[in-house]
Design a protein around this ligand. Sequence first.
Ligand SMILES: [Zn+2]
Length: 161
Amino acid sequence: MYKVKKSKIHNYGVYATKNIVKSTKIIEYIGEKISKKEGDRRSARRIKEHLDSKVDGSVYIFELDNKYDIDGSPKYNKARYINHSCSPNCEVEIKQGKIWIKSIKKIKKNEELSYDYGYSFDKDDFRDHPCKCGSNKCIGFIISSNEWEKYLKYLSKIIKK
Ligand SMILES: [Zn+2]
């Protein structure tokens, strides 16, 4: 149903290899199940390594529930290659201890899969995550669509200054 290949958005991406109907569970986000505490520790370490070396800044720690995280950094986790988009065709569904990437609309063969990474807006570091999704709704940075209003308010405040 999908394959990993070079992406126009960022590095690698995941592409549909056939037409996919709406509400299809496409890929499970898999990895090591770890405690929240361990998840926070690994996230902090990876962010620090990234700041020190300016290499791949991806953290791949996914919140499973209020007790556990999934560390999706192993290469066998193909879902880690899915890019963020401001106009995504998939969403994340967490059910019974599993994280699924599910289609929210019809997806055509060869289309790139994407979902909203759900990043909250932070005025100090949003610039670290530019978005190149190419959608005509693209807001320019990887910010959850739930937080766009905050971002736009921030912009209008700056313009007034
Ligand atoms: Zn975008």
